[in-house]
Design a protein around this ligand. Structure first.
Ligand SMILES: Nc1ncnc2c1ncn2[C@@H]1O[C@H](COP(=O)(O)OP(=O)(O)O)[C@@H](O)[C@H]1O
Ligand SMILES: [Mg+2]
Length: 581
């Protein structure tokens, strides 16, 4: 190809990718904008369908774009020189775009699908983005400021009134009053007196499942804190359900264990910059993911990891806890992420294979996570310096996952891995925790099983080592290979002695189907003893009875979408009628 023709083709290729990115952004926004309507008309099934459609959108747009590129480039599709020219052309096209970082990630996704690049290749990918740091972006443009000078109730009234919904408010004045009482009591506890100078509230509303949130921050003097109003629609009109005002509470709402928000912000970077001001401990990658840009969230996580590796020298080690039968799990002590590599073969009694495991982890990606399933990022062809691996870990990886891990020169190449936030495995936590903390964790373990059931998930493997605690002390589940839908299980009573095979004298035997689950046996699996066992029984006895599970099953089958709200009862407004339905 002559040089001018080459340049022309590269430009055309870059345009093809950019058009695909624009199509992605357009449809993403279009789906996101349906949320206020879904919320107003209590169309929870529609909301769920939108969430799934949006999760699948990236692939749906990228695949045909790659097919068009193949037509355009022919054999040049696999030519790095062509891609390098395309990258230069693309950089010119996206310069100055408000969503430049998302556009660059989209280019990288296309490039990585072609080259299966090990590590990253700056010739054909945007590595360190040229995007100015988030702090330089104006986050303020997204938020409206309200004065607290006329009192908390008056300010809340104006905030609510500035966010109209198609269905209208059930009783705006009532809710502004109730929310103000709640907020003032909290401010008194925290800052010694009620009231605030200003409230800044993000203009677009955050939607997720059956809830909606107004998100902002309060200021008094030099002090600021996050501020969230949780909204529900129990009877056809919008009601304020809860007031949250502290970094941990905001963080729990934005947790990596929840589905992604639908929020029509226009500019993702500005939105993330604002969220970072109220939740400074949350990694930028997690914030992008929380508002639906999970591919870019993954890019940010990867860049952060590279920066961290360059700035630290501790080696990768086995993750604390019991080794898994399916996964080899390792971590970097100075970085709170775990890396999970699927073993080549699974120990007895596992009968599943690699593809089943992949399918289960991908199922979780598409399913609601109820605040109880950790978000997983899937990576291919990562490469780390061999010097960062302890010899026993490297040995185990090469022996147990030879199909996935290889040493190439001075690098360890991991062809496939999952990353998750590192939690404290519940078995380890209970071993060392003081009694009150252990009790809290045990009770929350039961709540986790209930919340999962409400979103139709049965963990399959209830051993304590498969659950972990977040830094907020919430119990979440992370071992997905045995997970299944509650509606696919056959919950049964254990037959009593005289219902056995009738042979008499011998061991009781009875037919157990593949999907049979015996809740009475959970206790044995959990391995709870002493006080932990007593505490669990006090609060969660019904989890050991088939009746509980059959009832959940019935409600799921009838199409009911059950409530799982990300805040404690104590934050909810004292409405005379329950605000949820
Ligand atoms: N997100 C996590 N945070 C901390 N430790 C983890 C995490 N995921 C896994 N582990 C540790 O690795 C072990 C094995 O991981 P798991 O996901 O349970 O795989 P397997 O299916 O092989 O049992 C766990 O028992 C736990 O000790
Ligand atoms: Mg496990």
């Amino acid at each position: 190809m002559s040089p001018p023709a080459y340049a022309a083709v590269a430009l055309e290729g870059a345009r093809t990718i950019l058009h695909a990115h624009e199509e992605y952004a357009r449809v993403f926004a279009e789906i996101t904008r349906r949320a206020p309507g879904r919320f107003s008309s209590r169309d929870w099934h529609g909301m769920r369908a939108d969430a799934l459609e949006r999760l699948e959108l990236y692939r749906k747009v990228l695949d045909p774009a790659l097919a068009s590129l193949e037509t355009l480039l022919g054999p040049g599709l696999c030519d790095k020189a062509v891609w390098s020219a395309m990258k230069t052309a693309y950089a010119g096209l996206v310069a100055g775009r408000p969503d430049i970082e998302l556009a660059e990630t989209f280019f990288n996704s296309a490039s990585r699908r072609i080259f299966h690049t090990v590590g990253v290749d700056p010739c054909v990918e945007f590595v360190a983005s040229e995007v100015p740091s988030l702090s330089l972006r104006s986050a303020r443009v997204l938020a409206e400021t309200y004065s607290g000078a006329q009192g908390t109730a008056a300010a809340l009234w104006r905030i609510l009134a500035a966010h109209p919904f198609p269905s209208g408010w059930e009783d705006l004045a009532r809710d502004a009053g109730l929310a103000a009482e709640k907020l003032d009591a909290y401010l008194t506890e925290l800052w010694g007196a009620p009231g605030f100078d200003t409230a800044q509230v993000v203009r677009p509303v955050f939607f997720r499942n059956k809830g909606a949130y107004l998100v902002g921050r309060l200021r008094r003097g030099q002090k600021t804190m996050p501020f969230l109003l949780a909204l529900v629609n129990p009877r056809g009109k919008v009601v304020v359900d809860a007031v949250l005002a502290d970094e941990d509470e905001a963080s729990i709402v934005f947790s990596f264990t929840r589905s992604y928000f639908h929020v029509d912000a226009g500019n993702a970077a500005a939105l993330v910059a604002f969220l970072k001001t109220i939740m400074p401990k949350k990694p930028v990658g997690e914030l992008y993911t929380a508002v639906g840009f999970n591919k870019h969230g993954k890019t940010e996580l990867y860049r952060d990891l590279l920066r961290h590796l360059a700035a630290s020298d501790d080696p990768f080690v086995f993750a604390p806890g019991e080794a898994g039968m399916v996964m080899i799990v390792f971590t970097l002590p100075s970085y709170d992420v775990v890396f999970k590599v699927i073993r080549d073969v699974f120990a007895y009694p596992k009968t599943t294979g690699r593809q089943d495991v992949l399918d289960k982890y991908r199922l979780v990606f598409r399913h609601g996570r109820a605040g109880r399933l950790v978000d997983v990022q899937e990576f291919e062809h990562l490469s780390f310096p061999i010097s960062r691996f302890t010899p026993p870990l490297l040995e185990k990886l090469l022996a147990g996952a030879a199909g996935t891990v290889e040493v190439v020169g001075d690098e360890v190449v991991l062809h496939h891995l999952f990353t998750e936030r590192r939690l404290t495995p519940l078995n380890l936590f209970l071993r060392d925790a003081p009694r009150p903390a252990a009790r809290r964790a045990i009770l929350d373990f039961g709540e986790a099983i209930r919340d999962l059931a409400k979103c139709n998930i049965f963990p399959g493997d209830l051993l304590l080592k498969n659950f972990g605690l977040t830094r907020h002390g919430r119990v979440v589940f992370y071992d997905y290979d045995e997970l299944c839908f509650v509606t696919d299980c056959n919950f049964r009573e254990l037959p009593s002695g005289d219902e056995d095979d009738g042979g008499g004298g011998g061991e009781a035997t009875f037919y157990v189907g593949e999907n049979d689950v015996f809740p009475e046996e959970f206790e044995t699996f959990m391995g709870l003893r002493g006080e932990a066992r007593t505490a669990f029984h006090e609060r969660h006895e019904e989890l050991f009875r088939p009746r509980f599970w059959l009832e959940i099953q019935r409600r799921q089958r009838e199409g009911e979408i059950l409530d799982v709200f990300p805040y404690p009862e104590s934050r909810r407004l004292p409405h005379p009628e329950p605000a949820t339905a």
